[in-house]
Design a protein around this ligand. Structure first.
Ligand code: SAH
Ligand code: SF4
Ligand code: F3S
Length: 480
């Protein structure tokens, strides 16, 4: 009998990819995806612990299932991902109706654990070892990469896919839970990565986004002693004919080596888009965060990016209100954003995370309203810069990978969308990761199309298909 699976995912790209794998593995056991809770037999929540708010949201979503489970005792409720690893048994204490708790390093066990629960064997827990709970090898093995299967239907679009090249993190920034929830940094063997990329290309994938918490720290040493770096991997992936674009996130500033920047410059499929979070502009904060670089070193790295890739779009993350952050420290962050003119920045208010060095050793002493004010100030500056930088694209020609109809077009046309012969509103993405809205035939979805930009907003560009472009296989762009 077909069983039905409902899955909800929060958190970063790693979680999106993990959910794709879990769905693929459960399909092999006869599951089908369900869009609503009521018709599902198994409900999985893929969770994030990076900030307290993310956890609170998950616990309230779970809380709403209390009476649902009372009415439907046979339905299985599972919590997977980083919060499962961090809270472990505590999840059962806070949400006693949960049947299954599985950390990100143990996801391959989910199909078997669900069968045990269905067979009446009670609640199941599978988590990786803590960072000091065994030998280095035992700890590594308990945080296994889970990348055996791919399920195109789970991707935002079938022609874009994430590909994990590295799991875990060893940087131990003092504020961050990730080294605990995802375990030690481990690079996947290059042969596996290339094989998976070929499979994705065969499935029609044109853009691959390589994933790692510190993706540019990737190194794999094979038994003969040969080392593969990210730049080597990009060169090998570049050979795969079906692939048209390669991106990678997230970069660690200290590991932004020249060989990598040169690879991005010299390999046309590599997008000149680099997410390199600075986190703060103050050396006092960077030291307290244990980021491993000074702001002078960050500037030097930023200068090398601009020297090698003058048109690169560089983006960053910032934490405001970290322990002991003064107005002067914040001003230094503000000055850095003004100076570097990032294409975009994600700005977060510091959230104390149990089990981290900062939580153990440093008081979370910046009042909430001060964090909020700094967040707003920095966001306002960044939005202004994003809009000004977008202005430079006015009148320019860009090539977008068409992701499909916009939300607006989907609402307007519903199911009949793909049969539309008139142009509809489509969304595409430039190599620099800018979103462009334009009118065109919905069948352009998945194609790379030239557009002229005629209007801009801080986070969106508006374009028109370049006159003379006739589309793939003589498909008329304007839909006739
Ligand atoms: N590995 C990546 C991203 C990790 S989490 C990196 O090193 O850049 C994504 C972002 O969340 C981080 O860049 C950081 O800006 C933010 N973040 C992490 N822990 C946080 C915390 N405790 N409070 C607020 N923001 C946090
Ligand atoms: Fe967290 Fe730092 Fe690792 Fe990024 S590099 S995942 S911020 S510990
Ligand atoms: Fe969240 Fe885990 Fe990603 S804590 S940000 S889901 S690695």
């Amino acid at each position: 009998m077909t069983k039905r699976l409902y899955i909800e995912t929060v958190g970063c790209q790693m979680n999106v990819l993990d959910s794709e794998m879990v769905v693929a593995s459960l399909r092999r056991r006869g599951f089908e995806l369900s869009r609503d809770l009521d018709s599902a037999d198994v409900l999985l929540f893929n969770t994030c612990s990076v900030r307290e708010q993310a956890e609170n949201k998950t616990y309230s979503a779970l809380g709403r299932l209390r009476s649902f489970k009372q009415k439907n005792p046979d339905k299985i409720i599972g919590v997977m991902g980083c919060m499962a690893q961090k809270d472990q048994k505590l999840v059962f204490d806070r949400a006693p109706f949960v049947d299954l708790v599985v950390g990100p390093g143990q996801l391959a066990k989910i199909p078997d654990l669900l069968e045990e629960i269905a067979a009446g064997k009670g609640k199941q827990l599978a988590v990786g070892l803590g960072r000091t709970a065994g030998s280095a090898d035992e700890i590594r093995r308990s945080h296994e990469t889970f990348d055996p299967l791919r399920d195109p239907s789970m991707r935002p679009t079938p022609f874009q896919a994430y590909l994990r090249i590295q799991i875990g993190c060893d940087k131990f920034c003092t504020y961050c839970v990730v080294p605990n929830t995802r375990g030690p940094e481990q690079g996947r063997p290059p042969e596996q990565i290339i094989e998976e990329a070929r499979l994705l290309a065969d499935q029609g994938c044109k853009e691959i986004i390589l994933l790692g918490q510190t993706v540019n720290s990737y190194k794999y040493r094979d038994p003969s002693g040969k080392t593969t770096r990210l730049s080597d991997l990009l060169a090998q992936l570049h050979e795969i004919a079906g692939l048209k674009r390669l991106k990678f996130v997230t970069n660690y500033p200290k590991d932004m080596t020249d060989d990598l920047l040169q690879a991005v410059r010299d390999l046309p499929k590599c997008s000149p888009y680099l997410h390199v979070p600075a986190q703060s502009g103050s050396n006092t904060m960077l030291k307290r965060m244990k980021r491993g670089y000074t702001i002078e070193e960050y500037r030097e790295m930023f200068g090398r990016i601009k020297a090698t890739l003058p048109d690169a779009a560089v983006t960053s993350d910032f934490i405001v209100g970290f322990c002991g952050e003064t107005d002067e420290d914040f001003q230094l962050t503000y000055d850095l954003v003004a100076e570097c003119r990032f294409k975009n920045s994600f700005i977060f208010k510091y959230s104390e995370r149990p089990g981290t060095k900062a939580a153990d050793l440093m008081p979370d002493d910046v009042p909430h309203d001060v964090k909020q004010w700094r967040n707003n100030e920095l966001l306002e500056l960044q939005n202004r810069i994003s809009e000004e930088e977008n202005q430079r694209l006015l009148g320019q020609r860009v090539e977008v990978l068409v992701e499909g109809p916009s939300e607006h077009a989907k609402k307007e046309h519903g199911e009949a969308l793909l049969e539309q012969s008139n142009p509809v509103q489509l969304v595409g993405r430039t190599p620099c990761d800018r979103i462009v809205v334009f009118d065109g035939n919905p069948r352009l979805t998945g194609e790379i199309v030239p557009l002229a930009i005629y209007e801009i907003a801080p986070h969106t560009l508006f374009g028109a298909v370049v006159t003379g472009y006739v589309g793939p296989a003589s498909l008329s762009v304007l839909g006739a």
